[in-house]
Design a protein around this ligand. Sequence first.
Ligand code: ADP
Ligand code: MG
Length: 341
Amino acid sequence: MGRKLMTILLVLSLTLAGCVLPGKKRQQYQAAYLDVFDTVTSISAVSDSEDVFREQAEQIHSQLLEYHRLFDIYNDYEGMNNLKTVNDSAGAAPVAVDGEIIRLLKDCRDYYELTGHAVNVAMGGVLFLWHEARTAGLEDPDHARLPEEAALREAAAHTDWASVEIDEEAGTVYLSDPRLRLDVGAVAKGWSAQRAAEKAPEGFLISVGGNVCATGPKDGSGTPWVVGITDPDGGEGYLHTLYDTDSAIVTSGDYQRYYEVDGKRFHHIIDPQTLYPAERFRSVTVICGDSGLADALSTALFILPQPEGEALAKKCGAEAMWLDTEGNRFYTDGFEDWICQ
Ligand code: ADP
Ligand code: MG
């Protein structure tokens, strides 16, 4: 995660080098925040006033912060029912929630169907076991262990969307299976970035943990933003840099969050079929008009066989690039139109 972010920040700071545009006093500004979705958020725009930019960036930031609280499954916030409240009330009672939670969960249900069940945010029980094992393994690497196979199987028996009862009229969500848990980590950053981008002024680049979303070219003459795709093997290099004016660019990779057990890396994208980390790819990048969909697709394409993923990308009007574990690269037909380098 950190590395991906650093990469994007680096590209942003490179574009900052020539920040004063000829003949004008307009300048590129950037604001970074560390308190949203446990990752780095950066907001950039060209503006003729730093004060105006700061205020606009702060508005975007506070909207993202609100989503962070609503979609948090680990912390309670005073005066607010969030997804933790929904999880804690599983099997007990419907929970009155903010309309944005309902909107997100309906989209998640669509992503579940669209991706042939590869992306299932109702798989929170399984993801929780991996989260626990990873956290413990990172704290005490000598005793790092995998989740118990039996526990994974048991949790996987409680991931059915029929038990996620969304009542739009009442404004409630009820998990009728007491063992089911929601975890929207696969889509929350991209989905929230999309909502923020829809409200943001034109010409902003919003990156939430590397889920990048542009709201127009970065200046009046149509100059595109440049976004780097991290090389999973590190170093300063990128797999590519891409031009972006008004699309979302989202990457899922095995290098973002992982731990090691007996020298083998176990990352955080879990194949619902095997209940273990998906092993086909090192990194998948998706370009798409909607950042929420791009985030769901990046996770799905990381899990699915490449031809299936390619068909799905096509169906969604998205472009994608895959890097497999042997270093082979695959591209959808239109991806190259976006490549800067
Ligand atoms: P990142 O959050 O690092 O950008 P992703 O968008 O691919 O990466 O999302 C990974 C997160 O999504 C994991 O931390 C986990 O909480 C969740 N997740 C992993 N596998 C799945 C899956 N098959 N379906 C739904 N959520 C998943
Ligand atoms: Mg994702």
